[in-house]
Design a protein around this ligand. Structure first.
Ligand SMILES: Nc1ncnc2c1ncn2[C@@H]1O[C@H](COP(=O)(O)OP(=O)(O)OP(=O)(O)O)[C@@H](O)[C@H]1O
Length: 245
């Protein structure tokens, strides 16, 4: 059974149609990517599936539950790391983890998470003194502190240097290897190609493709008569947009 099922999702903000028709399913244990240009509706889609926003239409099931109806239950099962989730500068790493774990009935052991994420040495450091990579690692730890079955990570590696990005990729794979299903919003085609089992490409509020990166690449190669296409070529063919970060 899929862990996430979204069909014909629609979400408006006043006159703005943020999502007009998004459909995809995510299977257990997948790393599933959501790709698309700025303003395509990616963040809105993950906010709806995480129970943070109510939809205007369509069907959404996460672990068999409806986020609009069973939001409180789902918050125990879905860990979310959203764009620009800033913490107070002066909060210490351990204090943030301790605070977040108090929101859950059955939290993970945050000391172990610190260890797994290579942050033990920064346990007493204040948030404002962490490097970009350390902040991202802390935000992954905070998304995992409820011991979720699904982790939603939005633009996790934006702003990181290449070494920190690669470290973060390894972490995401280790999260999946712990049995967590991962939904990853990203603008980076190399990241999606390297990490994601399947991706949904969203453009102007609609899903325009859902497939394995290799299948999307094979399709653009066949259609355009290319010998060596990349996911970026497939993305450009599907959306007609340059990649915006
Ligand atoms: N809270 C809000 N109120 C009004 N409009 C919003 C709100 N949040 C998003 N929008 C609009 O909805 C549309 C989709 O936004 P969303 O943030 O979901 O896109 P995105 O694909 O995540 O974009 P980005 O890649 O820039 O993060 C955009 O036109 C955006 O301006």
């Amino acid at each position: 059974m899929p862990v996430i099922e979204i069909s014909n999702l629609r979400k408006t903000y006043g006159q703005t149609v943020a999502v007009s028709d998004v459909s995809f399913t995510v299977d257990s244990g997948e790393i599933f990517g959501i790709l698309g240009p700025n303003g395509a509706g990616k963040t809105t889609t993950v906010e709806v599936l995480s129970g943070l926003r109510r939809r205007d239409g369509g069907t959404v099931r996460v672990l068999g539950k409806d986020p609009d109806r069973d939001g409180a239950e789902l918050r125990e099962l879905v860990g979310v790391q959203l764009q620009e989730s800033e913490l107070p500068e002066r909060i210490r790493v351990w204090e943030a983890l301790d605070l977040y774990s108090s929101f859950y009935r059955k939290p993970a052991d945050w000391r172990e998470l610190l260890d797994v994420l290579g942050l033990s040495a920064r346990r007493d450091a204040r948030y404002g003194t962490l490097s970009g990579g350390q902040k991202q690692r802390l935000s992954i730890a905070l998304a995992l502190v409820g011991d979720p079955q699904v982790a939603v990570l939005d633009e996790l590696t934006t702003g990181l240097d290449p070494a920190a990005r690669r470290e973060t990729w390894a972490l995401i794979e280790s999260v999946r290897n712990r049995g967590v299903t991962v939904v990853l919003v990203t603008h980076f085609m190399d990241e999606a190609e390297r990490l994601c089992d399947r991706v949904a490409v969203i453009d102007a509020g609609r899903t325009v493709a859902v497939d394995k990166p290799a299948a999307l690449i094979a399709k653009v190669q066949a259609e355009r008569g290319l010998t060596r296409a990349t996911l970026e070529d497939a993305y450009l063919a599907l959306t007609g947009h340059e990649i915006g970060v």
